[in-house]
Structure formats: structure tokens, C-alpha cells
Write a protein that binds this ligand. Structure first.
Ligand code: SF4
Length: 456
């Protein structure tokens, strides 16, 4: 619900003449839910016999996480729409999938979608809707031929090579168009201040799916925030690394002067200084997140991360001096060429961090995930390890921590890990396999299939 890509598309498509847009979400209970069903002027849509997705002309899915492909299958199946393109003979709805993972690997999603959009759809949505409305959304040769001429549109069998669409000079930054309670960013107006990233870490999809870095000008941001402050005082700044926008200080000052309070999503330890710490404190942000990925500098360099142990610890030290008490590290394990010493080095950097906690109440939360090779990145073809390896390394890391009273960590189950890896790097045949397991209700067997395939 908080995805800015989703909000951006909803906003732009809703203002397109002759198009009505309704949002749908899949709940944890596997029920399809639409918050828009309660808006009176949209009741005509929901008074139809067919209340689910089948009655629509087009369905747009925005995905940023590979395991959500299973949720697409669920939504289509619940709506009696055959999920495989090869089995979908109906003229409507046309299924279009975009988002970061779709951009990185359009091939796998092409099994389920008529069109995969690669890149920034905000620059092309009007063009796409023009073609769709002129053809009355009828999926036929003419429609697909015209769509395939739009940059970013990937149609399996028609498009030779995916060409990513890039929106340069972003004058309309993506922002929240609906404020919702009960979400991770409850009633917070989110706005992007940078797209892409100045760094190029070898494991990260940002470079291949969201690059190059585009800095959004302060005036475009403050103009949008000004309007949003009529509805909420909470403003969340979004971007892969906020300090990539050189105007960060000016943006924060501008929002504060207009009466808003800022929340910061992601900061790079190398850029963290007294000034940034001051901004956080003034905005009553008590948590700082850094992503060292590993405590081993050798391994960090291997995966293209330039952060040194010194810059990380210095950043924490500055934050502690400013009274910040909550810290979060993003950590990976199971990295290429990883050795047990590297895991011990991760435990050690955590121990060193805790030694800097001079104020009572300081806590460090470790968000730990096994490395998942991502399509389109330099580490795409790196091998992953058997399950026992990950379990062993979890134990090594846990045993290496000196102070568990101020460190929290939780390892997620590896149940979906191999599925995640295969959906990240796989192709249309893997998507068909996923579907075959899905319709038999045996997704866990697909996990076994994925593990065997990846470890072969
Ligand atoms: S700094 Fe973060 S967002 Fe940027 S490339 Fe590295 S991991 Fe990706």
C-alpha cells in the first residue's frame, strides 16, 4: 500500500480522460480487497455480478519482490483468470506487470503477463493508456503491435531485447496520493527525492533496474509537500540513499519551516555527519539504519560496497553523541566466497558497535537475510549454498555476539529461500513450473525443485 511506484501509477492513470482506476490488494488471508470499494461513485463497478478482477479491461501489477509472483497467481486464480498467457484466450483483461523485479527479469514474468514493462512507467503511462483506449483495450494483433513500439514495453515473442524506459528530469516526483492508517508508514506523506543510486554495489538491483541516479530538485519536492501538509504533518523522504540528493538539508529545512516533520528512510554511513545527525534529532527520528551487509571488509569489497568499518563506526558514534538510541543494520550471509571468518567478522563489528553505546537504552537490531543473486547484477550467476551451510552460519553469528541484551536478531525461515533465488534469476520455463506446483497446491515442493535445480 505504501509503494510509491504504485501510488504514482494510480495517480497518473486516474487523471487520464476516460479511464477509471480501482486499487486491489491481496490480504494475508488470501482475500482480494479493494479500499476503493467504499467510495460511492465507484459503486457501479462493484455492483457487477463479477466482483473480482475478471471484469476489468486491464490489470496493472507493480512488483518489487520476487515472491510476490505467487501472489499474482493467487489473485488471477481467485478471479478465474488463467494465469498462464498461453492458456488465456480471452480478449480482456490485458495484464501488465511492472516494477523493479519485472525490470530486472522480464522473462520470468512474461509467462503470466501480456506485457512486462521495464523501467520507469511514469514517463510512458499516458502513451500506453492512449493505445489501450483507442483500441478499446481489446487484446489483438494491432494493440500488441502498437504497444510493442513503446520504449519499456516487453512482449515475449515480439520484443527482441528488453529496452528499459528511463524518465530523465523528474519534475513530478512520485508521492503518496492516498494516506492510510494501519500501514508501516501510517498517515505519512511519502515523496521520492532521488531515483537510482550513486553507488553500484554488485549484488543490488538498483543499478540495473532503477539507474542512473536522478536527483529531484528541491522546488519540485517542496511544492508537493506544501500541498500535502494540509492533510498531515508527517513527511517521509524516499530514495535508495537520501544523501545522494545534495539538497537534502535544504529540503528538510523547507519542510520543517512549513510545519512538517521529516522521516528519513535510508542513509549511507560514509555520508553520515554531524549535520545529518542534527537533522534527524530535530525531526525526532530516534532510529538510524545502515547497510554494512557484512562485517568483513574483504567481502564487502568483493560485493562492491565501499563502506569501511571506520566510517560505519564513526557514523554510529556521531549518532550516539546526538542522543540517537535505535540502530538497525542490514546484514547478508551466504555471500560469494564467504568463509567462516567473515561471519565472525560480522559478529565482531556488531560487538564493536555495541561498545559505542554510551547512553542507556541503546539498541541494535540486525536485519539478516541470506544473499539472493539478482538477475542483471554482476553476481547473478553466483552459486548459493546447501541449507546446512546457512544454519551453521546462523549459529556461528549468534555465538559470536558478546552482548545479546542490546542486540536483537531474527533469522527468517529458509522455507522460501530457494524459491526466491529461482524466481529472481529464472526464466519463463521456471514460471510455468511454479504455476504447475501452484495449481496442485504444492508450493513447498516447488521449493525442493528450486533447491535441486540451483544446487545442481
Ligand atoms: S548503496 Fe544501497 S541502493 Fe545503492 S547500490 Fe549499494 S545497496 Fe544498492
Amino acid at each position: 500500500m505504501s509503494s510509491l511506484g504504485f501510488h504514482n501509477l494510480f495517480n497518473r492513470a486516474s487523471s487520464f480522460h476516460g479511464v477509471r482506476v480501482v486499487r486491489f490488494f491481496l490480504e494475508k488471508t488470501d482475500r482480494i480487497y479493494s479500499p476503493d470499494a467504499f467510495i460511492p461513485q465507484k459503486m457501479d463497478i462493484f455492483s457487477r455480478q463479477d466482483r473480482l478482477l475478471k471484469g476489468f479491461d486491464a490489470l496493472f501489477f507493480s512488483v518489487s519482490f520476487e515472491l510476490d509472483y505467487i501472489n499474482i497467481l493467487k489473485m488471477l486464480s481467485l478471479s478465474s483468470i488463467p494465469p498462464l498467457v498461453s492458456e488465456r484466450k480471452m480478449a480482456k483483461p490485458l495484464i501488465i506487470v511492472g516494477g523493479v523485479t519485472a525490470t530486472a527479469n522480464p522473462y520470468i514474468l512474461s509467462a503470466f503477463s501480456d506485457i512486462v514493462f521495464t523501467g520507469d512507467m511514469d514517463g510512458k503511462i499516458e502513451e500506453i493508456l492512449n493505445v489501450l483506449t483507442e483500441n478499446n483495450f481489446h487484446k489483438n494483433h494491432t494493440l500488441l503491435e502498437r504497444l510493442s513500439g513503446i520504449e519499456g514495453v516487453f512482449i515475449h515473442g515480439r520484443t527482441a531485447v528488453p529496452v528499459r524506459s528511463i524518465t530523465n528530469n523528474i519534475s513530478r516526483p512520485a508521492h503518496s496520493v492516498v494516506l492510510t492508517g494501519g500501514t508501516s508508514f501510517s498517515n505519512m506523506f511519502l515523496i521520492e527525492i532521488v531515483r537510482g543510486c550513486k553507488s553500484s554495489c554488485a549484488f543490488c538491483m538498483t543499478r540495473c533496474a532503477s539507474g542512473p541516479v536522478r536527483i529531484i530538485q528541491e522546488r519540485y519536492i517542496l511544492d508537493r509537500v506544501d500541498k500535502a501538509l494540509r492533510h498531515t504533518s508527517r513527511v517521509g523522504l524516499i530514495g535508495p540513499v537520501l544523501t545522494d540528493n545534495d539538497c537534502l538539508t535544504g529540503i528538510v529545512r523547507g519542510i520543517n519551516e512549513a510545519g512538517g516533520q521529516v522521516s528519513f528512510s535510508s542513509l549511507r554511513a560514509d555520508d553520515f555527519n554531524e549535520g545529518v545527525a542534527g537533522l534527524l534529532v530535530e525531526n525526532r527520528q530516534n532510529t538510524v539504519t545502515f547497510a554494512p551487509e557484512t562485517g568483513s571488509y574483504r567481502l564487502r569489497k568483493r560485493i562492491g560496497k565501499t563502506m569501511t568499518d571506520e566510517s560505519l563506526l564513526k557514523a554510529v558514534s556521531i549518532a550516539v553523541e546526538h542522543g540517537i538510541k535505535r540502530f538497525r543494520y542490514y546484514i547478508m550471509y551466504g555471500l560469494p566466497e564467504e568463509k567462516m571468518e567473515d561471519i565472525k567478522a560480522t559478529a565482531e563489528i556488531v560487538n564493536e558497535t555495541v561498545r559505542l553505546f554510551k547512553n542507556p537504552g541503546c539498541r541494535l537490531h540486525l536485519s539478516i537475510n541470506p544473499f539472493v543473486p539478482k538477475k542483471g547484477t554482476p553476481l547473478e550467476t553466483e552459486r548459493i549454498y546447501p541449507e546446512e551451510y546457512y544454519l551453521k552460519m546462523q549459529e556461528v553469528l549468534r555465538n559470536g555476539l558478546n552482548r545479546t541484551d542490546c542486540v536483537s536478531l531474527k533469522f527468517d525461515s529458509l522455507r522460501y529461500f530457494y524459491i526466491h533465488c529461482l524466481l529472481s534469476t529464472g526464466d519463463a520455463d521456471d514460471a510455468v513450473s511454479l504455476y504447475n506446483y501452484f495449481i496442485k497446491g504444492t508450493i513447498s515442493s516447488f521449493g525442493k525443485y528450486a533447491m535441486e535445480k540451483l544446487l545442481r
